[in-house]
Design a protein around this ligand. Structure first.
Ligand code: SF4
Length: 348
């Protein structure tokens, strides 16, 4: 028997085309999407406004996948890390980060492992296992929503989203669709290590906030931290970001992980001010999160403050992000997708 088609791999457009093959009108696609994402139905029999004949046909040909966390770890600060085991046994993680005034932010993965090799990142140590399907990306959001409301979504978990661009764009289309997960584009941020051609392609394909993991203001230090910089150095990356900001009329966020003795000097802050001058942007500073096997340390509090002050005094919007979830290896760069060392949440 042929393998069943997972409807969660389909965008609205894709589902319209598929239903047309079955002789069904286009409006059925929105009906089905509502059942799948708003009612969270996984059994076609429950879709009561769809004819019995179509429900029967769909249950023979199609399926609606879900993801259930294999484990959930809880941090003392309220951060929750979900580990999912995929159908081929690959593992990925998503992290729910509590926010002070708003609903939680959810950080999701777009690949199992990652090919980009950033030296400060735990995910990089496994290399790329594979791209996630559209269904595997949206199902992380569905699983987290089943666990409580989510205000913002960031594509900053395992993997480089722009290295899996087609599936990421289809997943975003479902996340944005009113009948789908219904998120406004302003609530979703895609984070990249700096794939220049894909940044330029992204602006023409979908509207989403862009964050770029920068981490240094000169090529020498950045190439040491992020091998991608050898392929797309700052002289190419920064103009691409400026172009993205211009074309989308959005501010680009630059993520900057502060590492003791590597990129935390005032000389580097000075270079950063000059480098980012042409871009409508803000800078998100994060102190390095220590993890097993890492050769780096975070700077002390005074160095971090001095770096931030330097940027602020020169007119750069620079926020300092608290490293949440460090005690459960759920903070930036700590996701590894392994089931060892698991301290699961107490039953609630
Ligand atoms: S920081 Fe992001 S792009 Fe770099 S290796 Fe880790 S997951 Fe990949």
């Amino acid at each position: 028997m042929e393998e069943k088609i997972d409807l969660k791999n389909m965008t609205h457009e894709g589902l319209v085309a598929y239903l047309a093959e079955l002789g069904q009108p286009a409006f059925r696609a929105r009906q089905l999407i509502k059942w799948i994402y708003q009612q969270r139905v996984t059994d076609f029999a429950a879709m009561t406004n769809v004819s019995k004949a179509l429900r029967d046909e769909l249950s023979v040909r199609c399926r609606i996948s879900t993801l259930t966390p294999a484990t959930v770890q809880c941090s003392h600060d309220g951060t929750r890390k979900y580990l999912f085991q995929l159908e081929d046994d690959a593992t990925i993680e998503a992290v729910r980060i509590p926010m002070e005034k708003e609903k939680a932010t959810l950080c999701i993965s777009t690949q199992a492992g990652c090919a980009m090799g950033c030296v400060f990142c735990m995910t990089a140590t496994t290399g790329l296992v594979r791209n996630l399907s559209v269904a595997e990306i949206v199902n992380q959001v569905c699983a987290a929503l089943a666990d409580g409301p989510v205000g913002n979504i960031v594509l900053m978990g395992m993997g480089e989203p722009l290295h899996n661009l087609d599936n990421v764009i289809d997943a975003l289309n479902i996340i944005f669709l009113d009948e789908g997960l219904g998120y406004g584009a302003r609530r979703v941020t895609l984070s990249t290590c700096g794939l220049v051609p894909e940044i330029l392609a992204l602006k023409d394909r979908i509207k989403v906030n862009l964050a770029v993991s920068l981490n240094a203001a000169d090529d020498q230090v950045r190439s040491r931290l992020m091998p991608i910089n050898k392929r797309y150095p700052l002289a190419e990356l920064i103009p691409a970001c400026a172009e993205f900001a211009r074309a989308t009329k959005q501010r680009v966020t630059f993520e900057y992980i502060l590492i003791k003795g590597v990129n935390d000097s005032l000389a580097m802050a000075k270079k950063l001010v000059k480098l980012l001058h042409p871009v409508r942007c803000k800078v998100n500073l994060i102190a390095f999160n220590e993890h097993q096997g890492a050769d780096f340390e975070p700077p002390d509090e005074a160095t971090i403050r001095a770096f931030q002050e330097y940027l602020l005094e020169r007119g750069l919007v620079a926020t300092l992000r608290a490293g949440k979830g460090c005690d459960i290896d759920a903070a930036c760069g700590q996701l590894k997708g392994r089931m060892d060392k698991v301290a699961q949440c107490a039953a609630e």
